[in-house]
Design a protein around this ligand. Structure first.
Ligand code: GLC
Ligand code: CA
Length: 730
């Protein structure tokens, strides 16, 4: 019997939104200055509200922490600073209950020199299996020419061990000896560690530094066939014993060298796209799409069941190993004028400082992240535009405490500031007083709200995670345009990489007769014809269009486009599915929401149940703000359910009309079927459909309320298990 995972769909990771975080940096529950699992547990509401679906935890195992935990001293326990195994399990269960998956690290390549295996090896007789857990040599000449990765700190890949009287091999820090996969006992131990966590229910493993598992004389000791054989064994064990888990390869290599890590879907399910990442930054600085288009064209096809992992920033430096020498020089020039930002072959900065805290550029790069083929991965803190601290050594400057509010230590910990594992950022621009979750939650135009909306929107289009990508080739190279396609769903993305407004003419002849529906505001753009399609783009702006098929031929022949019957444009957004509305129990038939002549409709049905008047006010104000903004000032009607005993909502009305003059409110009365947690009975969905039609709504926004949450929230995400089908109009 295979052990099931928490996700119901084996390819769930293709539709996931990953969020990378460090337990130590997230939230401290016991005032020792170090984040822990109990602290993280307390922040799950926040993560759920943000809409991310899978949490990637950096190493949390016992470790001397000389490489922030990638130097593991025990594979099968939790570092005491972060809690206990039970704390971990509580966190994992709670994440699963909320429908979130969890990805952890499997550091196969090396251990800490404090690991008992290494201590045993140094003292074991040369040639014994115990000694041969690691790789030894009499001389430093063996494997000559293999590059040094941490070239700021290390001058050789060999280090002398006096107890063994020999050198040991290390691709990273000298306190991280590489394990020897020519010794079968090593793989046995690693599989044992892997099963330990998979048995507890983790949903995925990131295979750290995977290209370096096996060494051979006369090679670069990277990507060797023997290394791939080890990975295939790992995958075989997973496939035989577990279901719905996934392996993510960290292979910082050229696309053609990463491709083998997917194998024929018999190695990793996902791999990071390292070369794409720096090229997004180059493209924006050079105002030229070429670097991106070029690397995507060099990216080989991967099996359908596999996926790229896309990211803008992570816990490491922005690595420049996978760019040409020219591109590297350019990146240093453009992005690291301060020499302190350079480390190894890269730049140690967070997203916001890299982009000069320019909101338009931050949104632009995120738009690429969210619309390119692959699974987007966010780095904690980047959703609020956190800064970095160049005074901290190594890569620690981008690993500072999460900024929750403007109280001391940014709400991360109640310990004395001097006992935090790292100081919280406190400069005037990025400091916790100015940049924090609490403020941004209140502010409808904050980066946090924007990211939340982006995540919600992205989840409505299966095409982003699963579809094909094709670039268009407009003459203006400052504009990047591409079509994502999956079945009959086509989305056109157009982005202006320039700091100035740009015109573009796109050849969309193949979509002749379709209507481009701008997906943020659901505004219909002029019909596509065989002629070049012209658009004007504001600086750093981007547009995504759903290319909606023309109505069937038997529709009454309209004289002009205005009268042409429009296809249905309905998409249903929803929030915070309550734990019990798991895919297993969700009604397969919902929601039968139908909107006629949807394009003409300008209203939005806001279905918020059951919210207090105050919550409702807050929800409406944050939602309406973004809806108004995204619809270029069109009038919007927000309909919302009345509470028992209420006859109207004059207070809310007055307040909101004051805040936004083109907003009309239309309270409605919801039946009992619509006043419970999801999933509704079929009659509930029918009622929603009727209400939507009655209010001429072009979209239904459901604001769910989970019994485990202290308040209802305005985050937008699809209904559970209905992403591809039920969010569409019938
Ligand atoms: C990976 C990790 C990095 C770590 C290195 C050595 O590259 O991302 O943080 O230092 O492996 O374990
Ligand atoms: Ca703690």
């Amino acid at each position: 019997m295979k052990k099931p995972g928490s996700a119901s769909n084996p390819l769930w990771f293709k539709d996931a939104i990953l969020y990378e975080l460090h337990v130590r940096a997230f939230a401290d529950s016991n005032a020792d200055g170090i984040g822990d699992f109990t602290g993280l547990l307390g922040k799950l509401d926040y993560l759920q509200e943000l809409g991310v679906t899978c949490l990637w935890l950096l190493p949390f195992f016992p470790s001397p922490l000389r490489d922030d935990g990638y130097d593991i001293a025990d594979y099968k326990d939790v570092h005491p600073s972060y809690g206990t195994l039970d704390d971990f399990q509580r966190f994992l269960n709670a994440a699963h209950q909320r429908g979130m998956q969890v990805l952890i690290e499997l550091v196969m390549n090396h251990t800490s020199d404090q690991h008992p295996w290494f201590q045993r090896a140094r003292n074991a007789p040369a040639g014994s299996p115990e000694r041969n857990f690691y790789i030894w040599s009499e001389s430093k000449e063996r494997f000559a020419g293999v590059p040094i990765i941490f070239n700021d700190t290390e001058s050789s890949n060999w280090a002398w061990d006096p107890a063994a009287g020999a050198y040991y091999w290390h691709r990273f820090f000298s306190h991280q000896p590489d394990l020897n996969y020519d010794n079968p006992f090593v793989l046995d131990e690693m599989l044992d560690a892997m099963r330990f966590w998979l048995d507890r229910g983790v949903d995925g493993l990131r295979l750290d530094a995977i290209p370096y598992l096996v060494e051979r004389d006369g090679t670069r000791c990277e990507n060797l066939p023997e290394t791939h054989a080890i990975i295939r064994t790992v995958r075989t064990v997973i496939d035989a014993e577990y279901s719905n888990r996934f392996l993510l390869a960290e292979a910082n290599q050229w696309p053609s060298d990463v491709r083998p890590y997917f194998g024929e879907n018999d190695e990793c399910n996902m791999a990071f796209h390292f070369p794409l990442m720096p090229r997004m930054y180059v493209a924006v600085r050079q105002e030229d799409r070429l670097p991106i288009v070029d690397i995507m064209q060099q990216t080989p096809a991967i099996p359908d069941t596999c996926q790229w992992g896309l990211f803008l920033r992570n816990h490491d430096e922005l690595t420049l190993e996978m760019v040409t020498r020219d591109e590297r020089d350019y990146m240093y020039l453009a992005y690291s004028s301060d020499p302190r930002t350079r480390i190894n072959l890269g730049i140690r900065r967070r997203l916001a400082p890299l982009l000069d805290n320019n909101r338009d550029r931050i949104e632009l790069l995120n738009s690429l992240l969210f619309s390119f083929p692959g699974t987007p991965i966010l780095y904690y803190g980047d959703e609020i535009g956190m800064g970095d601290n160049l005074d901290l050594g190594d890569r620690n400057g981008v690993r500072t405490p999460m900024q929750w509010n403007s109280t001391s230590n940014g709400g991360f910990s109640t310990a004395a500031p001097s006992s935090l594992y790292a100081p919280v950022i406190s400069d005037p621009v990025y400091g916790y007083q100015a940049v924090n979750v609490e403020e941004q939650r209140k502010n409808p135009s904050s980066l946090l709200q924007w990211v939340r909306n982006m995540i919600g929107l992205r989840k409505l289009f299966a095409v982003f995670g699963r579809g094909t990508l094709r670039f268009l080739n407009p003459a203006n190279r400052k504009v990047i345009a591409y079509v994502r396609q999956l079945g009959d769903e086509s989305v056109l993305c157009v982005a202006n990489l320039s700091r100035f407004a740009q015109p573009v003419a796109l050849d969309l002849a193949e979509f002749d007769g379709r209507t481009p529906m701008e997906v943020f505001g659901y505004s219909a753009f002029p019909l596509i014809t065989a002629q070049p399609y012209s658009l004007s783009l504001a600086p750093y702006s981007f547009l995504w269009f759903e290319l909606q098929a023309a109505i069937a031929a038997d529709a009454p022949g309209p004289a002009d486009a205005e009268q042409r019957p429009q296809p249905n444009t309905q998409r249903v957004l929803a929030t915070n599915p309550s734990p019990e509305s798991s895919p297993a129990t969700a009604s397969p038939s919902h929601p039968a929401v139908e909107v006629h002549d949807a394009v003409a409709a300008k209203s939005v049905l806001l279905h918020a149940i059951p919210a207090t008047p105050q919550e409702l006010r807050q929800l409406i104000s944050s939602l309406s703000q973004s809806l108004v903004e995204s619809s270029s000032g069109l009038g919007i009607t927000l309909a919302f359910p009345l509470r028992d005993g209420e006859s109207n909502a004059p207070a809310i009305d007055a307040e909101l009309n004051h805040a936004s003059s083109n907003l009309l409110l239309a309270p409605y009365r919801a039946s009992a079927a619509l006043r419970q947690s999801w999933p509704y009975p079929a009659s509930g969905y029918a009622e929603l459909a009727r209400l939507a039609a009655q209010h001429n709504a072009r979209a239904v926004v459901q604001l769910g309320r989970s019994p485990t949450l202290s308040s209802a929230t305005a985050q937008i995400s699809p209904l559970p298990d209905t992403t591809s089908t039920a969010t569409r109009a019938c």
